[in-house]
Design a binder for this molecule. Structure first.
Ligand code: GAR
Length: 187
């Protein structure tokens, strides 16, 4: 199977969805490493409890290049072929992106190219949009700017708050990401 490494910063619900999908015998990828820049990320504990190798390292007090070299070494040690970002809230350097060119994917909670960056659901509601969603895309040097591989849409309800909308989108993320990743690694 194709070796996937997942980078997370927090809850890790998309990571868990990817791991759960990978357990099906016809899934073309396996998750060989879950790494986090936040050693206390709840998702890391979930991964360890579920038998996945984990790597935790805070970037505090390190130069970005040094920090990314440590992550890169852990990914290579695990023979990772594709990196899936799943709520990884740190920007990867141009050098790191170049080193893994075309082999990093991300899930972003908006219908890209709309609402790159943060607070996507609040911005969609404030704009009066009637639909929102999530996108899986290739990571390039441009924030949330690489080619879109797949999207899922939800309706925005009149009484939605950013939180209620986020919850509705998140359910779709958990369906979308495993499907798109499986397609991506067998492309
Ligand atoms: C997800 O909604 C993901 O799309 C978003 O963070 C959440 C992580 O949740 N990602 C970004 O905002 C990336 N800039 P999770 O940790 O439960 O998967």
């Amino acid at each position: 199977k194709h070796h996937v490494g997942i980078l997370i910063s927090g809850r890790g619900s998309n990571m868990a969805a990817l791991v759960e999908a990978s357990r099906s015998s016809d899934c073309p990828y396996e998750v060989v490493l879950v790494a986090s820049d936040k050693p206390a990320a709840p998702g890391l504990a979930w991964a360890a409890d579920n038998g996945i190798a984990t790597f935790a390292k805070s970037p505090k007090g390190m130069a970005k290049a040094e920090y990314e070299a440590a992550i890169d070494a852990a990914l290579r040690e695990a023979r990772v072929q594709t990196i899936a970002l799943a709520g990884y809230m740190r920007l990867l350097s141009d050098a790191f992106v170049a080193r893994w060119r075309g082999r990093i994917v991300n899930i972003h909670p908006s219908l890209l190219p709309k609402y790159k960056g943060l607070d996507t659901h609040a911005r969609a509601i404030a704009a009066g949009d009637t639909k929102a969603g999530a996108s899986v895309h290739i990571v390039t040097e441009e924030l949330d700017g690489g080619a879109v591989l797949g999207q899922a849409e939800v309706q925005i309800h009149r009484d939605d708050t950013p939180e209620t909308l986020a919850a509705r989108v998140l359910e779709e993320e958990h369906r979308l990401y495993p499907k798109v990743l499986a397609e991506f690694v067998t492309r």
